[in-house]
Design a protein around this ligand. Sequence first.
Ligand SMILES: Nc1ncnc2c1ncn2[C@@H]1O[C@H](COP(=O)(O)OP(=O)(O)O)[C@@H](O)[C@H]1O
Ligand SMILES: CC(=O)N[C@@H](CCC(=O)OP(=O)(O)O)C(=O)O
Length: 249
Amino acid sequence: MIVKYGGNAMKSVELRRAVAAEIAALRAELPVVVVHGGGPVIERELAARGVTSEFLGGLRVTTPQAMDIVEMALCQLNKQLSQDVGHAVGLMGRDSGLLQAEILDPALGRVGRVTGVNAELLRTLLGAGVTPVLGCIAVGPDKDALNVNADTAAGAVAGALREGIVFLTDVDGVYRAYPDPQSRAATLTRAEVQQGIDDGWIAGGMIPKVRAALDALERGAPFATVASGMTAGVLTAAARGEAGTRITP
Ligand SMILES: Nc1ncnc2c1ncn2[C@@H]1O[C@H](COP(=O)(O)OP(=O)(O)O)[C@@H](O)[C@H]1O
Ligand SMILES: CC(=O)N[C@@H](CCC(=O)OP(=O)(O)O)C(=O)O
């Protein structure tokens, strides 16, 4: 199973440890690939260097200067997360073509659209009994780094491996009336997701998640679920369809 570990689900050391414990519990049942982002960590490192960046359509406009800082921040985070998870190898999508990409839109700078995934290397690592922990920096055609939204990267990995995916974040699913947790949808179809985006009740950081979920399903992933990293037992429950919001084709 693929676990997308978002920046919002790693805001404190306690939360990071809780998520790591969830991943360890899941791994006792099935092989796991972790794909992570780290938006808040990137923000902090950019701010510390006086670099500002803006978002267009939910994606960070990434100048070459910002790209260096994004990569540095995610590389360091990658090592921390793989230590937390244990029995893991921390890699960036740039390593061995794990995530290959091309420039998505020149207006966004060094932001990538995933064109390929080295699924064979991921399977080899899983076969060796280690958990790949993959940061969302891809390699571009020029061999330089491209910044990929972590939801998109995780969805691409789930599609390439044709395995289920859980997007761990700070809400326990997709709400029909955000922020009312009572309005969480147990399942959402493609048509309902599109309706939610059009009507505006799916917004901000939830949009890349539901889009990545649909993309993974289209490529053959058996399920795609959005769930909270703060809920005990969430990953094993989500794998059984008993937690979060499951996006269905
Ligand atoms: N319909 C919705 N249901 C739940 N959350 C939503 C919805 N629409 C927008 N959101 C927002 O999406 C956020 C999760 O996305 P994001 O902040 O990008 O998380 P992450 O860093 O984990 O990827 C939630 O915290 C919430 O503010
Ligand atoms: C292109 C783009 O926007 N990349 C994201 C990558 C990190 C990410 O997606 O992290 P979360 O999962 O915590 O949101 C960024 O620079 O913030």
